[in-house]
Write a new protein. Structure first.
Length: 304
């Protein structure tokens, strides 16, 4: 069951009202433009292109992403910061999806160039002597690289998951770097099921999963195919339990999207989100939350 259609109508109307003149969105209604909220809002609008006003907003967001792509194919989190950030994955994903909806070869080309930048992003080198220590204290195989928040840094669950979803949106499911990313996620899973930022253990003690990282990891494994999903299947039930104990709209929105995309009921989660929506259509002024609720509320949600 999807929520009342009015929830999505109000959310889309609020998003349209806070889109910046340059086509971007900030994390908040009055913030500067960032890649993550712009990509997610554009993806949400992309599901409702029968509305002419939303189609225009989608095209303006896509053009903002094109304008702010760096020569090496990457994106910054916001235009004022350094290139080759984790936000490249979001831009690739959005442009790959929007290229289909808006029938734009230019968007396809930009997304492919961005994927090349993702492949070229260097990760942290781990000396051999530290590998055994990482296994004992954090419960991870430090030889397996995912993606980092910025170049030459440690890999983490969230940017790795977004990069995998982006790659799969371009049909690169079997690329060796993508398969390595899947291996990274499976290695970083918590012993109880689910994921946190990327540390199953802390000095040998188990660390609990959280709903946002669990949601995005499951969406990535779903996009990458059955190999990862077979191993991660128990995490779906873990996510349902985490969602039942979550209070923040952002956690609930991510959880609803992942649960419905993976065929699990999210009725209670969506109902709670509906009750938390303001009369204006937002959730605490958060653009990402509003976008995720729209994506999670589609009749047949497929994730990002």
């Amino acid at each position: 069951m999807s929520p009342d259609a009015g929830v999505c109508v109000r959310a889309a109307g609020w998003l349209a009202s806070v889109q910046r003149p340059d086509g971007s969105w900030g994390y908040r209604s009055d913030g500067e433009g960032y890649v993550e909220p712009t990509a997610l809002a554009a993806l949400a609008f992309c599901r409702t292109l029968d509305d002419r006003g939303l189609r225009d907003g989608t095209a303006r967001a896509a053009n903002w992403l094109l304008t702010n792509q760096h020569p090496d194919g990457s994106w910054s989190t916001t235009p004022a910061t350094d290139p080759q950030s984790w936000a490249t994955g979001y831009a690739v994903l959005a442009l790959a999806k929007l290229a289909i909806a808006l029938k734009s070869q230019e968007f396809v080309n930009a997304a492919r160039q961005g994927f090349g930048a993702l492949l070229a992003t260097p990760t942290l080198y781990v000396p051999e002597i530290e590998i055994a220590v990482s296994r004992a204290t954090m419960g991870v195989d430090a030889r397996i690289a995912g993606w980092a928040w910025r170049p030459n840094d440690a890999s983490w669950v969230f940017p790795t998951s977004i990069a995998i979803i982006a790659a799969c949106s371009l049909g690169a499911t079997d690329h060796p770097r993508v398969r390595q990313g899947v291996a990274y996620l499976l290695d970083r899973a918590c012993s109880s099921g689910g994921w946190n930022i990327g540390s199953p253990l802390n000095f040998g003690e188990p660390v609990d999963p959280n709903p946002i990282d669990t949601s995005v990891a499951l969406l990535a494994l779903q996009a990458a195919g059955t190999e990862g999903m077979l191993a991660a299947k128990p995490a779906v039930d873990v996510l349902a339990e985490l969602a039942s104990r979550s209070a923040t709209p952002l956690s609930l929105a991510w959880s609803a999207l992942a649960l419905r995309a993976l065929g699990h009921s999210a009725d209670d989660t969506l109902a709670r989100l509906a009750r938390q929506q303001s009369p204006a259509g937002d959730w605490r002024g958060n653009v990402v939350t509003a976008s995720l609720v729209i994506l999670a509320s589609q009749p047949a949600p497929v994730g990002l």
